[in-house]
Design a protein around this ligand. Sequence first.
Ligand code: X2X
Length: 337
Amino acid sequence: MSVISRRLLLGGSVGLPLVAIQTHRADAAPVFRYRLGTNLAPTHPLNVTLSKAIGQIKARTDGRMQIMLFPNSALGSDTNMLSQIRTGAVQFFTLSGLILSTLVPEAALSGVGYAFKNYDQVWAAMDGKVGAYIRSRIATHGLTAFEAIFDNGFRQVTTSDRPILNPADFDGLKIRVPFAALWTSLFKDFGAVPTSINFDEVYSALQTHLADAQENPLAIIETSKFYQVQKCCSLTNHMWDGFWFLANPTAFEKLPAKIRGIVEEEINHAAMAERESVAALNASLQGKLAAQGMKFNNTDSQAFRDVLIKAGFYTEWKTHFGPQAWSLLEGAVGKLG
Ligand code: X2X
């Protein structure tokens, strides 16, 4: 406004300077204001590291690339946001590969039950052939996934009353799972009764006993305060999960190449920092959560894996993913089933 007023004033006429204003405007470097949605609490390392990256991006682009972060599903639930990023209503979104599998079936590959045994296997696969394969599949469905996946972590089961000591303890348990066929299938095969609920409704679902259990890594159990509404935590490590940083391709391609490069660099850098923070939290939070009242127990993963084998879980999902995807996964983690 002040530029216009000054020019109008200097031009001394109302009609003439209009062209000058337009030229001036066309010459000015455009500013891009994009929105980024995440489902997690602001204190989770995902949001902490993304906030830092956003600051870096703004500084490195002289204020031209302004990303606004909306944590806590403030722009919508995960399934809703998946629609929004496809239409471009939101430009950036972090999403679990498993939930993404409602659109890109192959994206669930990283979530096969008891596939990854440790983080070394996870990062070798996700920064290697498995991740590259999944990203290429995501691209064919009209979304862009950045190279470095963010860590969610190895998932643990929490319950409102009984602990899960053995697979039989799952019998009839009403457990909340995110929207993904693989999650439902896994817990059905354990004998539980899974209910699909978006993350933004999990706390209240547990509070009202719509579900009596949920499963998430310790960093989420802490930052989303599930310890307030759950009593037991069984260290099952039944699945590794990560968040793809997704971009709407049209919005992303609209950015000048230099800005695109800076965004990619800073976001991928944030993912590496986030992985370290999450791993440190997941390794150290047990004591804190125990002090907040949670009762922990370890489990024998082979006993749970055996139940899945017997139930035909691996056979079913091998068929679902197909031989190419399955052999990539087995190449990273060894023979499954
Ligand atoms: O919904 C969940 O449980 C969460 C936060 O772990 C995911 O985004 C998959």
